[in-house]
Design a protein around this ligand. Structure first.
Ligand SMILES: Cc1ncc(COP(=O)(O)O)c(C=O)c1O
Length: 382
C-alpha cells in the first residue's frame, strides 16, 4: 500500500536518531503571532504590535533610499566581504575594520558566536531573565546554560561570577537587558573584567546601544575593554535605532583573531545585498537615529507616568521597551489586549516568577494611546 505523506512524516518524527540529539526536548524561541493571524482570529481592523521592540517611527530614510537604488542589482550575489561597508562601519565606530564582523542581525551573530566557540558539554553563564537566543544557539550545539537571577532591579555580578566553572566558555551580559531594560553599570563592568577568567569569552550584547548611550550613567565605551581583555565581543544591531529589523544587519567588535573566526562560520553570504545597501545608507543617517532616540525618550517618559499613576512599578529602562509589574496575571492581560488589537509580551514566558510582569515596546503617540485606551477598558472590567 502506498504510504500517505502523513505516515512518512510520522516515521521521520519518530526516528529520534535522525536528528541532532540536542533537538529532542529543544525549546525554540517563542515568537508572537503575526499581525495577520491576530487580525483574522479576532476579526479586527486595527492591530498594534508593541511586542518586538521595533522602531515604529519607520526605517531610516537614507537606508530606504540606498536599498531602492540597489534594486536593479538583485540578480547579483552580494559581496561576502563588502569592503566599502566595512570601511564605513570602521569609521562610524572608530575601530579598525579587522575588528568588525557583520552578520544577519545581532541574532545571526549570536549563532556565529555559538558556532565558533561551543563544544559539546561547554557551559554558558548568563542572567535570568535575559535574551533567550544565548541559550537557544548554544544549547543546540550541546552547551549547558547556567542562569543567575537578577538581584533586585540589576545584575548579580558576583553571583554570575560564582557560576563560572572550568567548563564555562561564554559569558553573556545583555546591557541594556532584554526584557528588563536595565544596564550593567561601569562599576559592574569593571568588576567583571577584573574577575572573569581570561579563558571565558565575555559577550556584551549592546543591541540597544544608541538608546542607552544618551544616558549619563550608561558606560558608552565598552569597546575599550577589548584591548585590555581580548576575549571580549561587543554586539550591536541596526534593527532598533535605524528601524531595519526586517533587513537583518548586525555587527560585532572584537579582537581581529576572534573577528576572523566569527566570519568563517555559517553561510558564506550572511548579509544580503539589500542589507548591505541599507546598512550603508543608515550609517550616514545619524540625524534619523537621533530623532528616534528623542521620540523614544518622550514615549518612555509618558509611559512611565501612566504606569506609576496606576500604582504599578517598572524597571528603569534604557531601551525602547518597558518591563512593567502590573500585579495582574500577564497571560490573562495578554489575551485581553490581543482580543482588542494590542500585542504585548507576557512576563510568564520568562518563567513563573515573572507572571505579573509584561514587556511593551514604545511606539508612535497614537499607538501608545490605543494601548492605554484598551488597557483602561480591560481594567474597568477586571
Ligand atoms: C538583546 C538583544 N540582542 C540581540 C537582538 C537581535 O537583534 P537583531 O537580530 O534584530 O539584530 C535583540 C532583538 O530584539 C535583542 O533584544
Amino acid at each position: 500500500m502506498e504510504k500517505k505523506i502523513t505516515d512518512v512524516e510520522m516515521e521521520v518524527t519518530m526516528s529520534k536518531e535522525l536528528f541532532r540529539r540536542e533537538l529532542s526536548g529543544f525549546k525554540p524561541y517563542v515568537q508572537g503571532k503575526p499581525i495577520g493571524a491576530v487580525q483574522r482570529e479576532f476579526g479586527l481592523d486595527r492591530i498594534e504590535k508593541l511586542a518586538s521592540n521595533e522602531n515604529h517611527f519607520g526605517a531610516s530614510p537614507k537606508a530606504v533610499e540606498a536599498i531602492r537604488e540597489d534594486l536593479d542589482n538583485l540578480l547579483y550575489y552580494p559581496e561576502s566581504y563588502p569592503h566599502n561597508l566595512m570601511s564605513e562601519l570602521a569609521e562610524y565606530l572608530g575601530v579598525p575594520k579587522e575588528q568588525i564582523t557583520i552578520g544577519s542581525g545581532g541574532e545571526g551573530l549570536l549563532w556565529q558566536i555559538a558556532l565558533s566557540f561551543i563544544n559539546d558539554g561547554d557551559e554558558i553563564v548568563t542572567a535570568n531573565p535575559t535574551f533567550d537566543v544565548y541559550r537557544i544557539a548554544t544549547s543546540l550545539l550541546g552547551a549547558v546554560t547556567v542562569t543567575v537571577p537578577l538581584r533586585g532591579q540589576g545584575y548579580d555580578i558576583d553571583g554570575m561570577l560564582a557560576a563560572v566553572t572550568d567548563k564555562t566558555k561564554l559569558f553573556f551580559l545583555c546591557t541594556p537587558n532584554n526584557p528588563t531594560g536595565h544596564i550593567a553599570t561601569s562599576k559592574e563592568i569593571d568588576r567583571l573584567v577584573r574577575a572573569l577568567p581570561e579563558g571565558v569569552v565575555l559577550v556584551l550584547d549592546e543591541a540597544y546601544y544608541d538608546l542607552a548611550a544618551v544616558r549619563a550613567d550608561f558606560p558608552r565605551d565598552n569597546i575599550r575593554i577589548i584591548s585590555e581583555r581580548p576575549n571580549t565581543i561587543v554586539l550591536r544591531t541596526l534593527s532598533k535605532t535605524y528601524g531595519l529589523a526586517g533587513v537583518r544587519f548586525g555587527y560585532t567588535i572584537s579582537s581581529p583573531e576572534i573577528a576572523q573566526r566569527l566570519a568563517m562560520v555559517g553561510p558564506l553570504f550572511k548579509v544580503n545585498r539589500l542589507a548591505i545597501a541599507g546598512a550603508s545608507g543608515a550609517l550616514k543617517d545619524t540625524e534619523y537615529r537621533d530623532f528616534y532616540v528623542r521620540e523614544n525618550a518622550k514615549a518612555i517618559d509618558d509611559l512611565s507616568a501612566y504606569v506609576l499613576a496606576k500604582g504599578w512599578s517598572h524597571f528603569p529602562t534604557y531601551t525602547n521597551f518597558m518591563w512593567i509589574d502590573s500585579g495582574l496575571d500577564s497571560e490573562v492581560l495578554f489575551n485581553e489586549l490581543q482580543k482588542r488589537g494590542v500585542i504585548i509580551r507576557a512576563g510568564y514566558l520568562w518563567g513563573e516568577q515573572w507572571r505579573t510582569y509584561f514587556r511593551i515596546s514604545t511606539g508612535r503617540p497614537e499607538q501608545m494611546q490605543f494601548f492605554k485606551d484598551k488597557l483602561d477598558e480591560i481594567l474597568a472590567e477586571w
